[in-house]
Ligand binder design. Structure first.
Ligand SMILES: [Zn+2]
Ligand SMILES: [Zn+2]
Length: 278
């Protein structure tokens, strides 16, 4: 029996962004599904900004869904909609390190299929510095990799965004120093201002595409992926189950088909065993 074509093939798709995210996302969609990605010029800053001027209500996933809904309302009814949302937070294991987690979602309103791709990396060229003189200003700009990346200068309540030019930034800083305040220089984390972040968005888009390409063997629904990881890999010395992952559970959200896939490693190291290495 011939496999039916993937339901995303040749579809129209739309993304709501003012920040050029289509540059990171269009390529993976085109390569896998021959999709042309249209841009809806909707202001998604109302769902929250990195500067904290507009706080994000709810979780990163909540914001992602809100963007999907806004795009679905503005897009043709049969179009796929795409959204992306980033989050910066301290690494739970090494709090001095900031992580960037990027999510890219593809939603098919015809079949009510939502697929979310993820990419996480330690955040580079990201920071916030209070600057009191020219020297501190130059150090901050070097650390944030300006002009390749954009910067924000915060002077009291005023946010000057999208800055790349050293002299323009210095003029704003001098004006702040002249009235006795120390301005803050921060990364402008909007995608079009931050090429490092844009690369991670592209990785999340590729992950979403990879997940979409995996289809259920029973009903062909896209997004047949890992939903759970089961520990219990036996210790190589004593054979007792350990906390190491033994198998992955894969499930279809459509028909409920489910399988457990054993990992390749047959045994855990005795170092991971609570009997051999208590
Ligand atoms: Zn053991
Ligand atoms: Zn299925």
């Amino acid at each position: 029996m011939a496999t039916p074509p993937h339901p995303f093939l040749w579809r129209r798709a739309a993304i709501a962004t003012l920040h050029g995210k289509e540059r990171a996302i269009a390529g993976p969609l085109r390569d896998a599904f021959a999709i042309e990605l249209d841009v809806l010029p909707l202001d998604t800053d109302r769902f929250g900004t990195f500067t904290g001027e507009i706080p994000r209500a709810g979780s990163q996933h909540d914001a992602l869904r809100a963007k999907l809904r806004a795009a679905a309302d503005a897009a043709p009814r049969d179009a796929l909609v795409v959204a992306s949302e980033g989050s910066f937070f301290p690494d739970p294991a090494f709090p001095a390190v900031t992580l960037d987690r990027e999510l890219v979602a593809i939603y098919d309103p015809l079949r009510d299929i939502e697929i979310v791709g993820v990419a996480i990396a330690s955040a580079r060229n990201v920071g916030s510095f209070t600057v009191g003189d020219e020297r501190e200003l130059d150090d901050a700009l070097a650390c944030l990799d300006v002009p390749r990346h954009g910067a924000i200068l915060v002077d009291g309540e005023r946010y000057h965004k999208g800055l790349h030019d050293r002299e323009a930034i210095a003029a704003l800083a001098r004006a702040a120093w002249a009235h006795g305040t120390q301005p803050r220089i921060e990364s402008d984390l909007r995608a079009h201002m931050h090429p490092t972040r844009m690369e991670l968005i592209a990785a999340a888009a590729q992950d979403a595409v990879n997940r979409a390409l995996a289809c259920c063997p029973s009903c062909e629904r896209p997004g047949y992926g890992i939903v759970e990881r089961l520990p219990g890999l036996p210790c190589g010395d004593c054979g007792e189950p350990t906390e190491r992952i033994a198998s992955d559970v894969v499930r279809c959200d459509g028909c409920g088909a489910r399988e457990e896939r054993r990992r390749n490693d047959a045994y855990a190291s005795p170092g991971d065993c609570s009997y051999c290495n208590p």
